[in-house]
Write a protein that binds this ligand. Structure first.
Ligand SMILES: CC(C)(COP(=O)(O)OP(=O)(O)OC[C@H]1O[C@@H](n2cnc3c(N)ncnc32)[C@H](O)[C@@H]1O)[C@@H](O)C(=O)NCCC(=O)NCCS
Ligand SMILES: Nc1ncnc2c1ncn2[C@@H]1O[C@H](COP(=O)(O)OP(=O)(O)OP(=O)(O)O)[C@@H](O)[C@H]1O
Length: 309
């Protein structure tokens, strides 16, 4: 059995897609390459600039305890765990996809711990780890099952893995909800990262991926396509990060602002960047940060690259 933990991190050109056919690629290379794509997706998200309310190269958005250097350190701490998610997914493929999340929890918890160690307790990537863990393990699981690597298969596998998650983790077990996610669910019925997982990443499948693929087909750069995807996600995603900071009012403010910008501009238009900087100013003034949409942006990029062969 291959020991991914002891495999040194290879310093190489970042991969932009799987180097060979996913079904015939040697397993060790598959684990490593998918992990690298996931790492690149995290970096593509944080370095995309400008991003309203979020940390990027020019602004810390609505965050006074984070900057882009902290995100880079956080991503580096997470990196070794990403290929472990893929490998564990492959190992679990003899069983049902419904056992996938339970099977990767331990890696997820260790990964979260490494992230908090690298950031001295700041939550840079908690939601991201949860979502990336599911996608990476789904890829390993599909390979073990000899199923084609398609967006629909990744989504369906995650939907099975996440089935019942909202009921199990968000339905109140005691009178008082504890975590931010539990509180928001009990107050507003919003299901956050867990609901998105249980839907098989419906926001990514219905908005993120079609937008990214269409933009690329029209000749847009990766950055232009990602900017268009972020705005589209912000216009539709019931992001619990926005609710925890600004209530439903904060969520609707961001969704409406993003919808209006989408009507006025495409990411290739002159004036788009300035409008995004103004959107950033508006969100900083209201202490709003669309962290859930940032996570889904990275997931969109990752799935797009995984299935681009
Ligand atoms: C489910 C998680 C996200 C718990 O977080 P919490 O209770 O605070 O839930 P909540 O839904 O409010 O969101 C937390 C984060 O998810 C992201 N998020 C918010 N809304 C959304 C959304 N609609 N879609 C996707 N992501 C979202 C944001 O980054 C946010 O900060 C996860 O961190 C977790 O369970 N961690 C425990 C460790 C673990 O089991 N890890 C294994 C995963 S592989
Ligand atoms: N570029 C980014 N900037 C800010 N947040 C991001 C970015 N990319 C992803 N995120 C997501 O946003 C989440 C952090 O959001 P936030 O800081 O609002 O959470 P918190 O620290 O738990 O809450 P608060 O800051 O309100 O006390 C992370 O879990 C992460 O997955």
């Amino acid at each position: 059995m291959l020991d991914i933990v002891r495999t040194p991190i290879r310093v190489a050109e970042p991969v932009s897609q799987l180097s060979e056919d996913y079904m015939t690629l040697p397993l060790s290379q598959l684990f490593q390459q998918v992990g690298e794509l996931a790492y690149n997706a995290m970096l593509a998200e944080v370095y995309l600039t400008p991003k309203p309310g979020l940390v990027d190269r020019q602004s810390n958005g609505a965050h006074d305890d984070m900057d882009v250097a902290l995100f880079q350190r956080s991503a580096n701490a997470i990196k070794p765990f990403l290929s472990q998610f893929v490998q564990r997914g492959w190992m679990l493929s003899k069983g049902n996809a419904s056992d996938l999340l339970t099977g990767i929890r331990g890696i997820g918890i260790n990964c979260e711990r490494a992230m908090f160690g690298a950031t001295f307790g700041v939550n840079t990537h908690k939601g991201m780890i949860f979502s990336l863990g599911l996608v990476c393990s789904a890829v390993g699981w599909l390979r073990g099952r000899k199923n084609p690597l398609t967006a629909v298969n990744i989504s369906a596998t995650i939907a099975v893995a996440g089935k019942g998650l909202v009921l199990l983790e968000l339905e109140p077990k005691s009178l008082l909800p504890q975590t931010a996610g539990e509180k928001i669910y009990s107050q507003y019925g919003l299901t956050g990262a867990r609901g998105e997982a249980e839907s098989g990443f419906a926001m990514v499948m219905n908005y993120g991926l079609p937008t990214y693929q269409l933009c690329r087909q029209c000749g847009q750069t990766d950055e232009q396509a990602l900017a268009q995807v972020l705005l589209t996600l912000m216009a539709h995603n019931p992001d619990t990060n926005l609710v925890s900071r600004g209530g439903l009012e904060g969520l609707y403010y961001v969704q409406q602002y993003a919808q209006e910008l989408l009507l006025k501009y495409a990411s290739t238009d002159v004036g788009f960047e300035r409008a995004m900087v103004q959107f950033d100013d508006a969100l900083v003034a209201r202490n709003l940060s669309p962290g859930g949409s940032a996570d889904l942006l990275a997931i969109t990029r990752l799935i797009a690259q995984l299935v681009s062969m």
